[in-house]
Ligand binder design. Structure first.
Ligand code: NCD
Length: 370
């Protein structure tokens, strides 16, 4: 069997990050959704607002019918060659909400890659049938590589990064911000001002816990949180699985206060949000993380007495033992809401990239405001 597999990470283009972002954006907003750094504060806030509007409109049969006509002339391709439950299903649900049909490849052994076709040609093929390509891939930099390649095609179409190796997972970060916002604002927020514009993150302590070296969701969310001055970040991890220097550099350059730690128990009482993660041992080279005692990076039922009443417990899921299922019943547990929020946020991202966000806002203004 011939297989052309890329075994090295795709190196970022040899330009600075401003140029990388510019190559992914059109008219100053994301066209490809590849890096969390593409999203400025206004864009994040507007997308949270749009996700709320889609959620409200989608609550009625008529509203659903309206949404499902918006992109019924467009098709998405999901190329997911890494395991996925939530990201895959929330993207397919998001496509259904805005009326987009979709195709999928979830296993390379079913594509012509086994006949020796390159992955690049596989993607070029998708671009001839579809209007959007959503990729999840084990290699760092893959989505950015696809975006660069698609920019050169005669029919450029957007690519969404649904997780690329250990580096980024920007749509997860967007749904995480949306969930944190909703949690800090409370269910109703304030009616007297636009719901997502006040910096509710200022003065809040957000702890990232676990395998921060290889957890792409943490890396993307750390980038996004830098849009909110006054937030304080705590990175709690085993010493060998610490957050990357590139992230710490970015955080410092943006004037965000941070602290490194290695025992969650010491810090839990000061947290406004705690972002738990599992051990990413699929990236082990020789089972090295088996030696790590992950107990200090676990949230147990016994710790609940130390939680602030307004704490937001987050997890991108899947979880293992680092998050006790008995915590699910607490009001502080936000991870199941996080799953559902992902569907609305991804629908908002698709709507925005395909410029139907204005139609959604108009519909909302006409029918859902008093
Ligand atoms: C995460 C991922 O794949 O990076 N899951 C997800 O997309 N919600 C987290 C993980 O696998 O640990």
């Amino acid at each position: 069997m011939t297989q052309t597999l890329q075994s090295q990470p795709y190196a970022p283009p040899p330009t600075d990050s401003a140029h990388r972002v510019a190559a992914l954006n059109r008219n100053d907003k994301p066209f490809h959704v590849v890096l969390a750094q593409q999203f400025d504060r206004t864009t994040v806030d507007q997308l949270c607002q749009l996700a709320d509007m889609i959620r409200s409109i989608g609550g009625s049969r008529q509203g659903n019918q309206f949404l499902s006509t918006l992109l019924s002339h467009r098709r998405a391709m999901l190329y997911f060659i890494q395991p996925s439950t939530r990201t895959f299903l929330s993207f397919t649900s998001a496509c259904q909400i805005v009326g987009m049909r979709y195709g999928e490849v979830r296993d390379r052994s079913t594509s012509s890659e086994v006949k020796g076709e390159s992955e690049d040609d596989t993607i070029r093929t998708f671009s001839q049938y579809f209007d959007l390509i959503i990729v999840r891939h084990p290699m760092e930099g893959f989505a950015e590589h696809v975006a660069t390649m698609l920019n050169e095609m005669s029919r450029p179409i957007p690519v969404f990064n649904a997780g690329s190796g250990k580096d980024q997972h920007p749509t997860q970060a967007m749904l995480d911000i949306y969930t944190l916002y909703r949690s800090f604002l409370g269910p109703q927020g304030t009616r007297s001002e636009p719901r997502y514009s006040r910096n509710v993150f200022a003065g809040k302590t957000i702890a990232f816990v676990g395998d921060l070296k290889r957890g792409r969701t943490v890396r993307s969310l750390a980038y996004l949180l830098c849009r909110y001055p006054g937030v304080r970040l705590l990175f709690i991890s085993p010493p060998e699985l610490g957050i990357g220097e590139d992230i710490l550099d970015y955080v410092s350059r943006h004037g965000i206060e941070y602290e490194l730690g290695n025992d969650l128990r010491k810090h839990i009482g000061e947290c406004d949000a705690v972002y738990m993660t599992r051990l990413q041992d699929e990236h082990d080279v020789a089972g090295e993380s088996k030696k790590i005692d992950y107990y200090a990076y676990s949230l147990t039922y016994e710790m609940a007495g130390q939680f602030r009443p307004s704490l937001a417990i987050m997890h991108p899921l899947p979880r293992r033992h680092e998050l006790d299922p008995r915590l699910d019943a607490l009001p502080q547990a936000k991870y199941w809401a996080q799953v559902r929020n992902g569907m609305w946020m991804r629908a908002a991202l698709i709507a925005s990239v395909f410029n139907v966000d204005v139609a959604i806002r108009d519909h909302y203004q006409a029918y859902y405001t008093f």
